[in-house]
Design a protein around this ligand. Structure first.
Ligand SMILES: Cc1cc2nc3c(=O)[nH]c(=O)nc-3n(C[C@H](O)[C@H](O)[C@H](O)COP(=O)(O)OP(=O)(O)OC[C@H]3O[C@@H](n4cnc5c(N)ncnc54)[C@H](O)[C@@H]3O)c2cc1C
Length: 339
């Protein structure tokens, strides 16, 4: 009987692996609990992914019209510039709404199956099951919110840092900008879906974000929110094949989570193909993919987790601003370590 792969989760890790396996003649069944396309909490800038990875996965054409961003500017909560300059590597801007849909359609065109609105409830340690189900919500203080907006806005990537949170602004397709923030939870802040990001920015004293929201139009239906975001590396011995955020969640200021989802799918591809051809047992695939993940991502996660709290502390932000203005901030070096 022909071997088939069950992929749990229709995010970037699951969908890109689904495309790559389908292109190699391997039958896939992707399970996605939610509806697609949908607006997801994500900064929507893809930073660090190599063209070679996108081509290996067979998803390069789905990203070929993404906006290319080469510059970034960072501001503190008062609108003081902390950093402005060229990104060492280009970043791509495309909404998840568009990208996810393109990948679903591609898998279907290639003969794979994508089940939408279907939650998979099987045993993830079984042979041929790939867990790409994203991060698990934990009891953490981190909340994420996003909106698509339109108006007179900067053409490059912008990051607003403030006490208890940060907000990224990224141009995406269709003359829109994605505004997405990660905040420390404030139980006293209550607002409707479309107002919550503004309310959190206000509570965090992020004047520039409030100002942007006061003069831009919000795309109806684009608001999304998540709670219980955690940043951790996996612990213990792997018994399941986990990819993307299901393996580990990197702090979002890096703009590297989506790249990790693609890279993760790429790291799993050859071992799964070997299994399909009878050269590997499934246990060997799980072990091999885990080792590859640790080798590729451990340092990135450690550095990002060290920098993350510094970006929300007024003292360290002041020091970062000073170092940057004195041209002493090793931005390119830090950038390289977190991607
Ligand atoms: C506030 C915030 C901002 C971010 N900004 C950026 C950014 O600018 N750039 C960047 O690169 N990354 C960013 N990220 C991270 C990025 O969004 C993720 O790293 C990326 O989406 C991970 O992809 P994934 O495929 O692993 O998981 P997901 O995209 O989360 O997909 C997992 C899917 O699995 C489904 N699922 C779960 N359980 C089941 C089940 N049992 N059965 C079926 N389906 C299931 C879920 O519905 C979900 O659709 C940000 C994250 C946050 C929280």
């Amino acid at each position: 009987m022909m071997r088939a792969v069950t992929i749990v989760g229709g995010g970037l890790a699951g969908l890109s692996l689904g495309v790559a396996l389908s292109q190699r003649g391997i039958k896939v069944q992707v399970w996605e609990a939610g509806a697609l396309p949908r607006h997801r909490v994500c900064g929507e800038f893809i930073c660090g992914v190599e063209q070679q990875t996108l081509e290996c996965l067979g998803v390069a054409s789905e990203l070929s019209d993404a906006l290319v961003h080469r510059r970034a500017t960072w501001y503190d909560a008062n609108g003081r510039k902390i950093f402005a300059g060229e990104l060492p590597k280009k970043a791509l801007g495309l909404s998840r709404f568009a990208l996810d849909l393109r990948l679903v359609e591609k898998i279907r065109r290639l003969g794979g199956e994508v089940l939408l609105g279907e939650r998979w409830r099987g045993d993830a340690t079984n042979e041929a099951v790939v867990v790409a189900s994203g991060r698990t919500a934990e009891r953490t203080p981190w909340m994420g919110f996003k909106l698509h907006i339109a108006g007179e806005l900067p053409p490059d990537l912008t990051l607003f840092l403030g006490p208890g949170g940060y907000v990224g602004l990224c141009p995406v397709e269709g003359g829109q900008w994605n505004l997405c923030g990660l905040f420390r939870k404030r139980p006293e802040v209550r607002a409707g879906k479309e107002e919550i990001l503004r309310s959190y920015a206000e509570a965090a004293g992020m004047g520039p974000v409030e100002e942007i929201l006061s003069r831009c139009t919000v795309e109806g239906g684009s608001a999304a929110g998540v709670a219980g975001v955690s940043f951790s590396l996996p612990r213990g011995v792997a018994t399941e094949l986990r990819l993307g955020d299901a393996w580990g969640v990197i702090p979002p200021f890096t703009g590297n989570g989506m790249s990790i989802a693609f890279e993760s799918a790429e790291l799993a591809l050859n071992p799964i193909v070997r299994w399909f051809r009878g050269g590997f047992s499934w246990d060997e695939v799980v072990r091999e993919v885990e080792q590859r993940h640790r080798k590729r991502f451990n340092q990135r996660f450690r550095v990002a987790n060290l920098v993350h709290p510094l970006l929300m502390n007024p003292r360290s932000l002041g020091a970062l601003g000073y170092l940057s203005r004195a041209r002493l901030l090793p931005f390119r070096w830090l950038f390289g370590l977190t991607r």
